[in-house]
Design a binder for this molecule. Structure first.
Ligand SMILES: [Zn+2]
Ligand SMILES: [Zn+2]
Length: 545
């Protein structure tokens, strides 16, 4: 008898999520969602599909692509080649933006779904799309599986942002409030980090560019070809620091091609952008200052006025061709935890060898921060949360938030691990927080302390660089013990460490401190949350103005 009651309360419909790619760090994202008899592929950021090789794998019926960033769409052509009949669903804008990558755009023709309208995929499965911010066309998808007893709903956010960007409005919580999904699959790119207001981030970047130009530094902005580049160009076009300024802005071909796609989509961009574009071209116009033009060769730039701003696709090898007779260069790299460039220390090392080049990072977030992520979750109140997209450390940080694991069933899976999403009418026991994945051991024998690190630490490529001298430095920061390897380079030019002067020198007053974290790749505290009780050997005071 009691068994029967439990059964009727528990979900009889099978709901699960199998990540083929979880979007950790550089990994693309691709999730197989099962709802009853249906198998839906959410995003396609991987190029090898396990279900194609395994004859026993269940058949995928539909693919949904949330937006046109490579980590979500790079596998679509090869999937289409293997399964040409498999229907692909996207928003109307994403279908157009995807053509950026394909030489023959007609080869794959997505089925487009207008915003906020229910599309029937089969007799018991519907799909609905909501604008997710982040990038024009980016969509959050609501899938509803209908049964006689009840509906089962899964919401996948894709990449999202609640803040209004320059060229796309943020995801609307208002619009989502009544959706009541049972399962929420949500990105956690920035973990629990809190960001300053978007307008502040924009202001900081514009000021930094203006300062560098004022001391005759040329600016190089490596960006992902679509999204960030156009955001910055729109800012340079419209920000009071730059309007009317006698300045050349050069845009490489890949980024320029994406700009042209935006121009084609103008009628679907926010009203403020359409108004702006009534009076002047959004991008290309040589008559209006600052002048903005596409370029193919470096010589074109040197013929123009210096210092100038050059924007390139981050994969463009222009890095190595920066010429010193044009003066000094400032390279500005975005602090996007998903950006491959900011994390490629080889490139950074190379840059730092050139004495006429300096590199700095800036924040212009296209993803929601920790506060906005939890805000969206509490408005949706799902039973299950599946965190994807971001570094595993960040995702685990989110999953370990008490406000989340006490109320919801929280998952932060790794690729290949199936997440069963069992539903029940009442709240089940909160599951224990997921242990942090860096688990070491500490042994104290007399005055010796030995630390044993797990494989995940010394298999990491950073381990080799950690201490090429074999010397480590240990220091307390609050209640945490910070370990830092001393690299050879530092021993060779060992300056005395900065001392605490009359003014307080601490992470808070360092140029690399933003959103509670350290963003200096050379600091032992890089990407760590820091507190204003100390500073690291590479502390750099922020200029007081
Ligand atoms: Zn994206
Ligand atoms: Zn992404």
């Amino acid at each position: 008898m009691s068994k029967q009651i439990i059964q009727s309360r528990n979900s009889l419909v099978s709901l699960s999520c199998l990540p083929y790619g979880t979007g950790h760090d550089r990994e693309g994202i691709c999730l197989l969602l099962t709802m009853g008899e249906h198998r839906i592929l959410l995003d396609c950021g991987i190029t090898n599909f396990p279900f194609l090789e395994d004859a026993d794998s269940p058949t995928v019926e539909f693919v949904f692509c949330s937006h046109a960033h490579q980590d979500h769409c790079r596998g679509l052509p090869s999937l289409h080649q293997a399964l040409p009949e498999l229907p692909l669903y996207t928003s109307e804008i994403t279908a157009k933006v995807l053509s950026l990558y394909w030489s023959d755009p007609a080869a794959i023709s997505p089925i487009t779904v207008p915003w906020r309208s229910q599309k029937k995929l089969s007799k018991n499965l519907t799909l609905e799309l909501f604008p997710a911010g982040h990038l024009p066309g980016a969509a959050a998808i609501l899938l509803t599986y209908h049964t006689q007893k009840r509906d089962y709903k899964v919401l996948y956010t894709g990449d999202f942002s609640l803040s209004n960007l320059q060229l796309v409005e943020g995801l609307s919580i208002e619009e989502m409030r009544g959706l009541e999904p049972d399962v929420l699959i949500i990105e956690g790119s920035y973990g629990t980090v809190r960001h300053p207001h978007r307008r502040q981030q924009e202001k900081y970047l514009m000021e930094r560019i203006a300062q560098a130009l004022a001391v005759e530094q040329n600016i190089l902005l490596p960006v992902a070809p679509i999204g960030l580049g156009q955001e910055i160009l729109k800012l340079l076009r419209s920000h009071h620091q730059f309007t009317g300024k006698d300045l050349d802005i050069w845009v490489d071909q890949t980024v320029a091609k994406a700009c042209n796609i935006y121009l084609d989509l103008l009628s679907q961009l926010p009203a403020s952008v359409q108004n702006f574009a009534k009076h002047q071209s959004l991008f290309w116009d040589q008559r209006i200052c600052p002048r903005m033009s596409p370029f193919t060769k470096l010589e074109e730039i040197s013929d123009g006025k210096l210092p100038c701003i050059v924007m390139v696709d981050y994969q463009n090898p222009l890095w190595e061709q920066l010429v010193s007779d044009w003066g000094d260069w400032m390279i500005l790299l975005v602090e996007d935890p998903h950006n491959e460039l900011a994390h490629d220390s080889n490139i950074l090392d190379k840059i730092q060898e050139l004495d006429y080049v300096t590199a700095e990072t800036y924040l212009l977030a296209e993803h929601s921060d920790g506060r906005n992520t939890t805000q969206l979750i509490h408005n949706l109140r799902p039973q299950h949360i599946v965190f994807v997209h971001g570094s595993l450390t960040y995702l685990v940080e989110l999953a370990n938030l008490e406000e989340l694991y006490n109320r919801y069933q929280v998952h932060a899976p790794i690729s290949g691990n199936l997440v069963e999403l069992t539903l029940s009418d009442r709240f089940v026991q909160p599951i224990k927080p997921i242990p942090a994945h860096y688990e070491g051991e500490l042994n104290e024998v007399g005055s010796y302390i030995t630390m044993v690190f797990p494989d995940s630490i010394h298999n990491d490529p950073r381990w080799n660089k950690f201490s090429d001298t074999g010397i480590i430095e240990a220091r307390w920061q609050g209640n945490e013990l910070i370990l830092r390897g001393i690299p050879q380079r530092e021993l060779l030019n060992s300056n005395s460490n900065p001392t605490v002067g009359e003014d307080i020198e601490c992470c808070n007053s360092c140029v690399h401190y933003r959103a509670q974290r350290c963003w200096n790749p050379n600091s032992p505290l890089y990407e760590f949350k820091v507190i204003p009780e100390g500073y690291c050997p590479v502390f750099e005071r922020r200029s007081q103005s």
